[in-house]
Design a protein around this ligand. Structure first.
Ligand code: HEC
Length: 71
């Protein structure tokens, strides 16, 4: 899973632990696939996060995954 490789070094994928992704995507309200993908496009603009690297299909899959965490 792409989030496991590119996000889990710095984020827990569950509800607890190190900077849990579910809480962060809820805070940003990434409930729609389009907003999740827009966030992924902008991720390199954060000084502390590396830009997303992947194919358009992988970006879609990650966006979908983030929306499931946000709900
Ligand atoms: C090198 C470490 C690192 C990696 C890799 C990383 N992040 Fe982060 N991320 C951070 C840090 C540090 C923060 C700030 C945490 C905070 O505000 O509590 C953050 C914040 C966030 C936020 C909240 C942004 C905001 O505006 O508050 C989201 C959502 C997020 N990361 C998603 C991701 C996703 C999705 C990936 C994988 C594609 C990822 N991160 C990869 C370190 C990382």
């Amino acid at each position: 899973m792409i989030a496991l490789l590119q996000c889990s070094a710095c984020h827990a994928l569950g509800d607890s632990g190190l900077r849990p992704l579910s809480a962060l995507v809820k805070k940003l309200g990434l409930k729609e696939q389009t907003s999740a993908e827009a966030f992924i496009d902008a991720i390199g603009a954060y000084p502390y996060m590396p830009p997303f690297v992947g194919t358009p299909e992988e970006k879609k899959a990650l966006g979908l995954y983030l929306t499931t965490l946000a709900k």
